[in-house]
Design a binder for this molecule. Structure first.
Ligand code: IPE
Ligand code: IPE
Ligand code: MG
Length: 249
């Protein structure tokens, strides 16, 4: 793709024509299969997956994407072995520490969705420290979904609205799409434009169900650890060639 015109205030290439998605979400799948193919333990796949995250973020910054939301741990991933869950937690902490400086240098801000408190006070503290350190950045917002489940997110939004109704501050007939969206954890993000899933699986696995209503969907057989700049840019190109209709003709 060829970013035209002058960069915007945050230094991103200009994209007035809408050809570059503002918000890209990725279901990073296939780490286990990548490792298995090589006769390695699953954790080796997750480690290699962390490198793919780094390449992807660099490509996103380069191409002027504003928000990248990564599915790192679903609320269903607790079903995995204790060992794998602990490996994933360990890697997350390690990656944060190791990448913090370079994320700051690249202008990456960090936001979390999902209930990360379930990962315990130690990791929670490290996550909060990283968010604080990256607070001033404005080039790319990295949203990491941790212990995230879309149905739970929507149910919580319903609960918050119900509380307001109960208190008498909200009339049930006033509840519309924008009020529901405002109670979701993504309420401060631009609309999701493009959702990519790697590894050949063609499902959403409880990720951004509400937000994906009009997103363009892309499924690639590439396993997540093999994903990188070329494939990210190919996805952006394909996005540019799609016609988004939003129900019009
Ligand atoms: C995605 O890779 C990473 C996480 C879910 C944390 P998987 O671990 O799901 O890899 P496969 O699907 O078993 O290959
Ligand atoms: C979805 O992948 C969750 C993440 C990528 C974090 P899974 O591998 O857990 O999804 P299923 O089990 O194949 O649906
Ligand atoms: Mg998987």
């Amino acid at each position: 793709m060829s970013p035209a015109a002058a960069p915007d205030k945050a230094g991103r290439p200009a994209r007035e024509d809408g050809s570059v998605p503002r918000h890209v979400a990725i279901i990073m799948d296939g780490n286990g299969r990548w490792a298995k193919k090589r006769g390695l333990p699953r954790v080796a796949g997750h480690r290699a997956g962390a490198e793919a995250v780094r390449r992807t973020l660099r490509a996103a910054v380069k191409n002027g994407v504003e928000v990248v939301t990564l599915y790192a741990f679903s609320s269903e991933n607790w079903r995995r072995s204790e060992e794998e869950v602990s490996d994933l937690k360990g890697l997350l902490g390690y990656y944060l520490e190791r990448e913090l400086e370079s994320l700051a240098k690249e202008g990456v801000r960090l936001k979390l969705i999902g209930d990360y408190s379930a990962f315990g006070p130690d990791l929670s503290k490290r996550l909060e420290k990283a968010m604080t350190k990256l607070q001033p950045s404005n080039r790319l917002t990295l949203v990491v979904a941790l212990n995230y489940g879309s149905r739970a997110e929507i149910a919580q939004a319903a609960q918050k609205l119900a509380v307001k109704v109960g208190e008498g501050s909200l009339d049930p007939s006033a509840i519309d799409e924008s009020l529901v969206a405002a109670e979701l954890q993504t309420n401060d993000l631009p609309e999701l434009d493009l959702l990519i899933r790697t590894s050949g699986e063609v499902r959403l696995s409880n990720f951004l169900l509400w937000q994906a209503a009009y997103a363009e969907l892309m499924f690639t057989p590439t396993l997540w650890p093999d994903f990188g700049e070329a494939e990210f840019e190919a996805a952006i190109d394909q996005y540019a060639s799609r016609e988004r209709r939003f129900g019009g003709r």
